[in-house]
Design a protein around this ligand. Structure first.
Ligand code: AMP
Length: 281
C-alpha cells in the first residue's frame, strides 16, 4: 500500500492504473476511522480493482465556531486500518496543496445544499462539494462510496455529479450503528457516558416514529412533535432540525409514506452535533 501526499503524484498513479486497465474506487474521509468507515472501504474494495482512501480534514466544510482544531485525528492507526481493508493507496494531502494561495473556485449545489444541515452551517456543503470534486479530479475514480449517515451530503454529491456530467458513479452505504443503535461517528468520541445516554434518543426517536407510522399515523407534523418531545425529555439535548423529507429531493413531506425519510441533527451537551436518519418503512 502506498501513502501519497502530493496530488500530482496521486493523479499520475491513477493515470498509470487506468492505462493498464484497472478500475479505481474512492472512499473520501476525514479520518479517525470506526466501523462505519471500514464498511465503506470493504464495499469499495469489492467494486473496483484498486481502492483509494483519502484522508483529509477539510477546513472548508467547518464553520467558524466549529470543531476543526479539535476534530479527532489518528493518522498512523487510520493508515493501518486502510491497509487491512485492502487499500492500494491512502491519499493524505496537506491543506496547503488542496487550498494553495490564490485558491478561489467553488462548486455549489444550490437547492439541495440549502436547509437541513446547511441551516445552521452555511457554506458547509459548498466546502464538501468543492473538495469532493477536487478529489474526483485528482483520483479519477470510477466509483465512490458515501455513507447514508450523511444523507443530505449524499444527495448533494449525487446532484453535483449529475449536473456537472461527472463520470464517477456514486454508491451509498447504509448507516453502520453501535450495538445499542447509536449511529457511528468520529464525533462520538466527544460523548461522556451521560451524553451517550442522551445521544441514544436519536435512534430511539427514529424507532418511535417508525412505530407511529406503522400504527397508521401518516401526519408528519404529529409524528415530529412526539419525536421532538421524546428527544427533549433527555437532559442536554438541543434539536437542530427534525424533518420528514422526500428521499431524493429532500423537500418536506406532510403525509408520510414508507419511502419518506426522517432526518435529524441534535446537539448533545451544547457541543456534540449528531446526525441520524431513516426511511419510515
Ligand atoms: P467522515 O470521515 O465523517 O467525513 O465520513 C467519511 C464517509 O464515511 C462519509 O461518506 C460518511 O457518510 C461515512 N460514514 C461515517 N459514519 C458512518 C456510519 N456510521 N455509517 C455509514 N457511513 C458512515
Amino acid at each position: 500500500m502506498r501513502i501519497i501526499h502530493d496530488p500530482a503524484e496521486m493523479s499520475a498513479w491513477s493515470d498509470r492504473q487506468k492505462q493498464s486497465g484497472k478500475s479505481i474506487s474512492l472512499v473520501a474521509t476525514m479520518g479517525f476511522f470506526h466501523e462505519g468507515h471500514l464498511s465503506l472501504m470493504r464495499m469499495a474494495a469489492e467494486c473496483a480493482d484498486l481502492m483509494v482512501v483519502s484522508l483529509f480534514v477539510n477546513p472548508a466544510q467547518f464553520g467558524e465556531n466549529e470543531d476543526l482544531d479539535s476534530y479527532p485525528r489518528a493518522l498512523a492507526e487510520d493508515i493501518e486500518f486502510a491497509r487491512r481493508q485492502g487499500a492500494a493507496v491512502v491519499f493524505v494531502p496537506e491543506n496547503k496543496v488542496i487550498y494553495p494561495p490564490g485558491f478561489q473556485s467553488t462548486v455549489s449545489v444550490n437547492k439541495l445544499g440549502r436547509g437541513l444541515c446547511a441551516g445552521n452551517r452555511p457554506g458547509h456543503f459548498v466546502g464538501v462539494t468543492t473538495v469532493v470534486m477536487k478529489l474526483f479530479n485528482i483520483v479519477k475514480p470510477e466509483r465512490a462510496i458515501f455513507g447514508e449517515k450523511d444523507f443530505q451530503q449524499l444527495a448533494v454529491i449525487r446532484q453535483m455529479v449529475l449536473d456537472l456530467n461527472m463520470e464517477t458513479e456514486i454508491l451509498a452505504h447504509p448507516i453502520v450503528r453501535e450495538v445499542d443503535g447509536l449511529a457511528m461517528s468520529s464525533r462520538n468520541t466527544y460523548l461522556s457516558d451521560k451524553d451517550r445516554h442522551a445521544a441514544l434518543s436519536l435512534h430511539k426517536g427514529i424507532n418511535m416514529a417508525k412505530s407511529s407510522f406503522n400504527q397508521g399515523e401518516k401526519n408528519t407534523a404529529k409524528i415530529a412533535k412526539r419525536v421532538e418531545e421524546y428527544i427533549l425529555s433527555h437532559p442536554d439535548t438541543a434539536i437542530d432540525y427534525i424533518s420528514f423529507v422526500h428521499p431524493l429531493t429532500l423537500e418536506p413531506v406532510d403525509r408520510a409514506d414508507k419511502t419518506t425519510r426522517l432526518v435529524m441533527a441534535v446537539t448533545i451537551a451544547g457541543k456534540v452535533r449528531l446526525l441520524d436518519n431513516s426511511s419510515l418503512g
